[in-house]
Ligand binder design. Structure first.
Ligand SMILES: NC(=O)c1ccc[n+]([C@@H]2O[C@H](COP(=O)([O-])OP(=O)(O)OC[C@H]3O[C@@H](n4cnc5c(N)ncnc54)[C@H](O)[C@@H]3O)[C@@H](O)[C@H]2O)c1
Length: 340
């Protein structure tokens, strides 16, 4: 199998590494708007660099992995779909609902595969939580607390094209909240703060956000995120039910210190970022993509799933701006929606 990887930055490098080592993948063609970046990675992996995106489609590949900046995802998904090629694409599909629906429409019209990169679905902790909820071990779930805290902010140039904290970061919590609980979010109330470094205000973004979400069975959830958490990279989900409660992301590297005399010791080596925390999950989702392309498995996370997560992020942005509760029904793109 030959796979084209478009975008060889932080996450493209991780995925290309995984694919290059996969025994079912014969070769990779790598490309980037910065050709030196693609050439450098190709050289390190012993793969081929293409001068541009056109060559990915004209040289002939069996599948495409899209790891460019988000602004290029939708157009590339459409192009791959029109070429009849299966796609793995990093989240999100686009920063707006119209672009997202357009890309999904192209995939559905072509009848091709679009697997989205919500890697938490492949993380052992979140998988264990989903199993626990489904087994009934927790009893009726009443509260879920999700959080994502980056240790260090992304480069300033990343911010204006990221879509903001809700679409860029909390979208992972929204996706995995639906996936773990098996329930839809019906309304949200969200707030944000830009009281931290000036680069967030200058980009019109927030550095910290919090949302209260109501699920369709009445369960209450909170999701918080921050771009600057000195203690380390902290991704957790606590699920509390009438019978038991569990937590994802609590291990000997969780960057939190107990103030109790008998509490656990602080982590010696706290997590520092998503690349190390989710390394095994990034690898697992790409291995599964190869299986999906070979026809061995159903798509674990299609475009409609990504659309739902984006709709929740959109609702949070409206809520934060207008300081009110926003029903998901107010946001375009509900189930079965077609291209506007
Ligand atoms: N799943 C996750 O946990 C996760 C983590 C980080 C980033 N991401 C997503 O991955 C994507 C890339 O993020 P990143 O952190 O790797 O960014 P990055 O800036 O490190 O890399 C992006 C690369 O894409 C290239 N590029 C941009 N537009 C292009 C185009 N039209 N054609 C070809 N190359 C193009 C850039 O030159 C750059 O090398 C984003 O959509 C982001 O949301 C996902």
């Amino acid at each position: 199998m030959r796979i084209g990887v478009i975008g060889t930055g932080r996450i493209g490098t991780i995925h290309a590494n995984t694919l290059s080592r996969h025994r079912e993948v014969g070769s990779l063609i790598l490309t980037d708007v910065d050709p030196a970046r693609a050439q450098d990675l190709a050289h390190r992996l012993g793969e081929t660099a293409a001068p541009g995106v056109d060559e990915i489609f004209t040289w002939g590949v069996d599948a495409v992995v899209i790891t460019t900046a988000t602004s290029a995802h939708a157009e590339l998904i459409g192009r791959a779909a029109r070429s009849g090629l299966p796609v793995f694409c990093e989240k999100p599909i686009a920063l707006d609902l119209a672009g997202t629906l357009q890309a999904i429409g192209e995939v559905e019209t072509a009848g091709t595969i679009l697997q989205m990169g919500f890697q938490r679905r492949f993380d052992a902790g979140y998988r264990g939580a989903r199993d626990a909820v489904r087994s009934g071990r927790l009893g009726r779930l009443h509260t879920v607390r999700a959080l994502t805290s980056d240790q260090a902010p992304p480069p300033p140039a990343y911010l204006p094209q990221s879509g903001g904290l809700y679409r860029d970061t909390l979208i992972h919590d929204f996706d995995v909240l639906r996936w773990v609980t098996g329930h839809e979010i019906v309304d949200v109330y969200a707030a944000g703060s830009d009281a931290g470094p000036a680069m967030f205000r200058e980009a019109g973004d927030i550095d910290t956000g919090a949302a209260l979400l109501t699920l369709d069975d009445g369960t209450l959830a909170t999701a918080t995120a921050t771009r600057l958490n000195g203690a380390g990279y902290d991704v957790r989900m606590e699920l509390a039910g009438e019978l038991d409660q569990i937590v994802v992301g609590l291990d000997d590297r969780t960057p939190i210190a107990s103030t109790e005399p008998t509490g656990p010791p602080a982590a010696d080596k706290p997590w520092t970022g998503f690349l190390e925390r989710f390394g095994p999950a990034y690898e697992a989702e790409l291995i599964e993509f190869v299986d999906v392309v070979r026809g061995g498995r159903p798509n674990p996370c299609d475009g409609r799933e990504a659309l739902q997560a984006l709709r929740i992020a959109e609702a949070c942005e409206v809520s934060r701006r207008e300081r009110r509760v926003v029903a998901l029904a107010e946001i375009a793109g509900a189930a079965g929606a077609t291209v506007p």
